[in-house]
Write a protein that binds this ligand. Structure first.
Ligand code: KET
Length: 397
């Protein structure tokens, strides 16, 4: 029956974590998966999250009834405020349909399935490079997946003109996956002025924007990192936003995320919400409860929200600090190399441009794990391991 089932070639990120875990070397360093570690090398438990957990009544924690298909109402409201801002007209006008999902991945999957129902012949475009699973999820939903120009290898920044001209050449109703901040894997982001230009191209060309935000707050700040989302909203564009609480709440295995679809008005949003619920029903029926209860208890409580913003700020600063230290140490040892990209790129990741062979050498010779495409997770650096990582890098560049 299963003779034709081919072996799984492995996932470029998750399979590497398995290899890392199986590596017996005690001085190994995991800079592969996008997980934020504290300076002790541990996945932190946020104070705001602990306090929120304690605040949940016993009854809530033990109640095992199903949640609705679209998740917790409080959570959905909190997501809208976080993405669109306190003063957002969009939330008041009820033109956004938001559902709770199984992490950011679940939001992408529900959004892709929904889109395939109504735009089956559209192509989904992802940035070149992107998070590999964007390709997997949209392809899995039935779309042809193509790429638009994004990363400029020379400047290690965004090839904005290339990106614009690719978008101008796309057919109407093409789906375009965008990273509003902290681009994965390159760390190269658009400026607010570039986002404004892009928004007008989307309006003119009648494209379908799909904004995937997994790192809000790890770039310039929680509000600043929402610039692109709010620019599309202000311009009256209809679009999708998938967001994840895995990293910014350090709640990876709770699988908390959301999908928001910005529509024309409340009536349209109601119909879209209905079809999102139907998509959820035939995939997994309804989402789990605990993670979303914790996130709402943080976001909807003024004091916990304040503490959480401070905690995200500390994570952001630690990442920035590590960028600087790595750059300084490597440049001191190799004055002829320019690692300024390390400090200009934003978010958890830096794109080193190292070839697969060099990445392999780092892993074999040093136990330093980067992704095969050269992505380095800066949030895995600590004051204990950064010198060793710098030494390893110096040996291969
Ligand atoms: N979008 C982006 C851009 C992203 O980097 C991730 C995870 C997700 C969505 C998924 O979020 P979640 O809530 O966990 O479903 N990225 C890291 C982990 C992974 O590959 O699953 C990573 O790039 O390492």
């Amino acid at each position: 029956m299963f003779e034709h089932v081919e072996p799984f070639p492995g996932d470029p990120i998750l399979s590497l974590v398995e290899a890392f875990n199986a590596d017996a070397r005690h001085d190994k360093v995991n800079l592969s998966i996008g997980i934020y570690y504290d300076n002790e090398g541990r996945i932190p438990t946020l104070g705001s999250v602990v306090d929120a957990e304690r605040s949940l009544p016993e009854r809530v924690l033990t109640s095992a009834a199903y949640l609705p298909m679209d998740g917790l109402a409080d959570f959905r409201k909190a997501v809208q405020v976080l993405l669109f801002g306190d003063e957002s007209l969009v939330a008041e006008s009820q033109r956004v349909a938001t559902i709770q999902t199984l992490g950011g991945s679940g939001a992408l999957k529900v959004g892709a399935d929904f889109l395939h129902r109504y735009f089956p012949s559209s192509t989904a475009f992802v940035s070149d490079y992107t998070w590999d699973n964007h390709v997997g999820i949209f392809h899995g939903a039935g779309f042809k997946v193509d790429r638009y120009r994004y990363f400029d290898k020379l400047s290690k920044g965004v090839d904005f003109e290339g990106m614009l001209s690719d978008m101008l050449a796309m057919r109407e109703q093409s789906i375009v996956v965008l990273h509003p901040c902290c681009h994965n894997p390159t760390g190269a982001d658009l400026t607010p002025a570039q986002w404004d230009r892009l928004v007008s191209v989307f309006q003119e060309r009648n494209l379908i924007p799909f904004l995937d935000v997994a790192y809000q707050g790890f770039g310039d700040g929680i509000e600043e990192d929402a610039y692109a989302i709010r620019a599309f909203e202000r311009a009256g564009v209809k679009f999708f936003v998938s967001n994840s609480f895995s990293k910014i709440f350090s709640l990876y295995n709770e699988r908390v995320g959301a999908l928001s679809v910005v529509c024309k008005d409340a009536e349209e949003a109601e119909r879209v919400l209905g079809q999102l619920k139907s998509t959820v029903r035939i995939n997994y029926s309804s989402p789990p409860a605990t993670g979303a209860r914790i996130v709402s208890a943080v976001l909807l409580d003024a004091e916990r929200n304040r503490v959480w913003r401070q905690e995200v700020g500390l994570m952001r600063e630690r990442i920035r600090g590590m960028r600087q230290v790595l750059r300084d140490v490597v440049e001191a040892k190799k004055p002829d190399v320019d690692l300024s990209y390390l400090t200009s790129q934003s978010g958890m990741f830096s794109f080193t441009g190292l070839s697969r062979e060099r990445v392999e050498m780092l892993r074999e010779d040093w136990g330093v794990y980067l992704l095969g495409n050269g992505r380095l997770c800066v949030a895995g650096l600590t004051t204990q391991n950064v010198l060793r990582v710098a030494e390893a890098l110096v040996s291969v560049i």
